[in-house]
Structures are given as C-alpha cells and as structure tokens.
Design a protein around this ligand. Structure first.
Ligand code: 6PG
Length: 468
C-alpha cells in the first residue's frame, strides 16, 4: 500500500476542512481521531473518492505515513494535545515531525518541543487562523519550531495557505513557541478590533439611534477604503441579517454576553509579564468579562444613573466614529507589534515583524488593507520605538486625532461605554506626552515607603522626609 504524505489527527470541522485543503493541493492524507465513528463518517462523506484514508488505531495510522512522518494535530488546546502526543509518541521515530495547529499556549508548546526534541522528534507549534472557511480555502499559517522541520513542511504549508497575489500567507516564524506566541498576539489584536467595532456600533445604535441595517451600510462603505478588512466585511453581514422568524435584525436578538477561549487573556497576562502596555487589548478582554456580568448589569440599570438619554447627536458624528475606529485600530496593531518586539528579545524568537505583517494580510481574522503599510513600516525600520512613529502612521494619526477626540468626548457625554476606544486614545495621548503625572506618583511612593525618586535637574537617587 502506498504511504500517505501527511497524517492528520483530530477531524472536527477544522480538521476535516484542512484535510480536504491538503488533498486538493495534491497531497495524500491519512486521518485519525480517537472518537470512534468520526473517521468512518468522514470517509463515507466529504472525503469520499479522495486520496484520504482512515486509520482505526494509532499504530496503523503511524504505519501508513511516509518517513519522516509529517503529522498535523488539530485537537483542542490544553490536555487533549498532551494526550494525543502521549498516544502517538511510542509509534514515532527520530526525524518525524508533529505540528500542533490548535490555539495552544506558547509555553505549553515550549515544554512539548523540549520533551519531543529529546527523542529527536520535531515539534512545530503553528498558529492557524481563518476559521472553518480558512482551513478549507486557505488559512494564514504561523509555524514555529526547528527550522529543518519547517523546511520539511513548507512545500505543503505554503501550498495550502491563503495567498495575497503571489505571496503565501505562511512563513517560518521562529524557534520553539514562536508560532503560537504570534498567533496569541494575533488573537489579542482580533479581540481589540472586535471590541472597537462593537463600541462604534454601540455609539451609532444608542447615540445616533441608527438601526442595525443602517449601521451595516456604514460598515460596507468604510470597508471600501483604508479600513477594508475581513472584520468589517463580516460585521456588515452580521448587522444585515434578519431573523427569519421575527423579521427583526438577528443581532438585536442575540444575548449580549461575550464568551472567550483564553487567547486574548493570555496576551494581556503575558504583556504584564513583559511590561508592555497594550491597553486596547486589555480593555477588550475586560469588556468581555464585563459583558458576562449580565445579572449585575440588569440590576444596576435600575439603580445607577447616567447622563440624560442621547439626543441631538448630529449625523456628521458618523464620520467621527469612523475616524475614531480607524485611529484606534492603528493603535491596536501598534500595541500588538510592540508586544511581539519585546517578546522577540525576551524569548530569543528573532521575529521578523515585516514578514508577520505580510502573512497576516490574507487568510486570517485580522487581515486588512492596513497590514500592507504596516509591513512597509517594519521593512523600513525593523525595530521602531513604536509603529505610531512611522511617518505614514504618524501622518494618519495626526489627521484622525481631532475626530477621534470628538467621538470619545461625545460617547462619554452620553454615557456610552467606550473602554477600548478611550484606552486607544489615551494610549496615543500618553505616548506623545513628554511628561506624565508619574512624578507625583513617585513622590507618593517615596512618602509612604521611602522608595526614592530621581530628579529632572540632577543625577542621583533622592529621598525626602515629606512630613517635616
Ligand atoms: C482565528 C481565530 C480562532 C478562534 C478564536 C476565537 O484566528 O481563526 O482567532 O482561532 O475563532 O480562538 O477566540 P475566542 O473564542 O476566545 O473569541
């Protein structure tokens, strides 16, 4: 029997779609899943007539693969990945390659790499973005691990990835957990942009009393210019959808509590570890948490008062909202890139930020027209102090900032929460300030804890007896 080119473990929807994508691109695939019946169903269904074969047990699966084996895992992050590795490992040999394509925590990937590399087995932790459709038609792929393992996988990965003109949305990211780290930050940016879009929708819905289909039309319009992006495209579609039963916009009927699987939270946690400010991403994570306090919010709605109901917001406000969104999205990417830059130094990932921006241009959830100038900015200056200082983005922000300030001011005046948009604006305002009130804070610290302070007019470390 011919040996298959690629093995794939975990045939949920993502696994099935990726298998079909790999096969369509000219590679044979052996599939395996621990859940009984899944393989048979897949083979009898979507995989029928294709160069896809199934294995009933892990030994048979490993036996069926060409050497060195190239195995892709698409199982849930966390313990299932360790379980599958334990299960597979006795059947693997030196030189084999295991790629984890789930949303694994990068430190788990570091641990698993170290464990498998001891036996000469390569472990590639790879971000795969684009959801179910991306897996089938072409995702963005962010593989990290040993370079030689990537080289062995590259002919497959670069073929199945999304393309922007002739460029595949797949590139070697760096050693060990680098691929999953970059995917984590991708998701942090994803959280930020989604929250910013939600806030824009809220100010238009609550403040301007626009309907969901009217807001959909704004997003469709905005999606034609600098803000052209996958998330704007799907936002317009979600806002346009009518509920077949009631005829109302479906979005108006969806319960307002956001769920999360953890990648945004990890981004925030890690940014705290590295000391990198990413306030827009943090606000996005916090707003998801706040949204889930539904009972408390319902109760508070009858107790805590805000300003009088929004009235009199003029329609030119729509353009301010667009500009605020534009500027805030720039800061979201800037924060994500700053975090990548710090992580690259901390974990010795040697990340190439222009290549990362380039591969994010297609296939992934945060793909957008803006990533082309981001790529150019990082190609010009690989390690800038902040992406906002690149001339292209500085010009944009300078142009957008009056409307950005106006939009936040208006939202605040009407009591509409804009935690992420406000955080983006204050990030911008703080980053451009040559002097922040941390002087007072240092005085307070010295007051109660003799923590000392430094002066602007003299070298040295000082302590004052403040009460004397
Ligand atoms: C992607 C997405 C994908 C997934 C998120 C959702 O890049 O394709 O990011 O990985 O949809 O993990 O995350 P939450 O469930 O936390 O919103």
């Amino acid at each position: 029997m011919d040996r298959m080119n690629i093995g794939l473990v975990g045939i949920g929807v993502m696994g099935q779609n990726l298998t079909l994508n790999i096969e369509r691109n000219g590679f044979s695939v052996a599939v395996y899943d621990r859940a009984e019946g899944k393989v048979a169903d897949f083979l009898a269904g979507k995989a029928k007539g294709k160069r896809i074969s199934g294995a009933g047990n892990v030994g048979e699966f490993a036996e069926r693969l060409e050497r060195p084996r190239r195995i892709i895992l698409l199982v849930n992050a966390g313990k299932p990945v360790d379980d599958v590795i334990d299960h597979l490992k006795p059947h693997l040999e030196k030189g084999d390659i295991v790629l984890d394509g789930g949303n694994s925590f990068f430190k788990d990937t570091e641990r698993r790499s170290a464990l498998l590399e001891k036996d000469g087995i390569h472990f590639v932790g790879s971000g795969v973005s684009g959801g179910e459709e991306g897996a089938l038609k072409g995702p963005a792929i962010m593989p990290g691990g040993a370079r030689e393992a990537y080289d062995a996988l590259a002919p497959v990965l670069t073929k199945i990835a999304a393309y922007v003109k002739d460029d595949p949305c797949c590139a070697y990211i760096g050693p060990r957990g680098a691929g999953h780290y970059v995917k984590m930050v991708h998701n942090g940016i994803e959280y930020a942009i989604m929250q910013l879009i939600g806030e824009a929708y809220d100010v238009l819905r609550t403040g301007l009393k626009a309907t969901a289909p009217e807001i959909a039309a704004f997003f469709r319009e905005w999606n034609k210019g600098d803000l052209d992006s996958y998330l704007f495209e799907i936002t317009a579609k979600v806002l346009s959808k009518l509920d077949p039963e009631t005829g109302k916009p479906l979005v108006d009927l969806i319960l307002d509590t956001a769920e999360q699987k953890g990648t945004g939270k990890w981004t925030s946690q890690n940014a705290f570890d590295l000391g990198v400010p990413i306030p827009t991403i943090n606000a996005a994570v916090e707003m998801r948490m706040l949204s889930s306090l539904k009972d408390q919010r319902m109760k508070a709605a009858g107790i805590l008062r805000g300003p009088a109901a929004a009235a009199g917001i003029v329609s030119s406000f729509v353009n301010d909202v667009r500009d605020a969104l534009h500027a805030s999205i720039i800061t979201s990417y800037a924060q994500g890139m700053a975090l990548l830059s710090a992580a690259s130094a901390e974990y010795q990932y040697a990340l190439k930020l222009d290549e990362i921006a380039s591969l994010w241009r297609g296939g992934c959830i945060i793909r957008s027209r803006m990533l082309a100038p981001i790529r150019e900015a990082f190609a010009r200056t690989p390690a800038p102090a902040n992406m906002m200082l690149d001339q292209y983005f500085a010009d944009k922000l300078n142009e957008l900032q009056p409307a950005w300030h106006r939009a936040v001011e208006t939202a605040v005046r009407y009591g509409i929460p804009v935690l992420a948009t406000g955080a983006s604006l204050s990030y911008y305002d703080a980053c451009r300030r040559d002097r922040l009130p941390a002087n007072l804070l240092q005085g307070q610290r010295d007051f109660f804890g003799a923590h000392t302070y430094r002066r602007t007019d003299r070298e040295g470390v000082f302590h004052t007896k403040w009460d004397e």
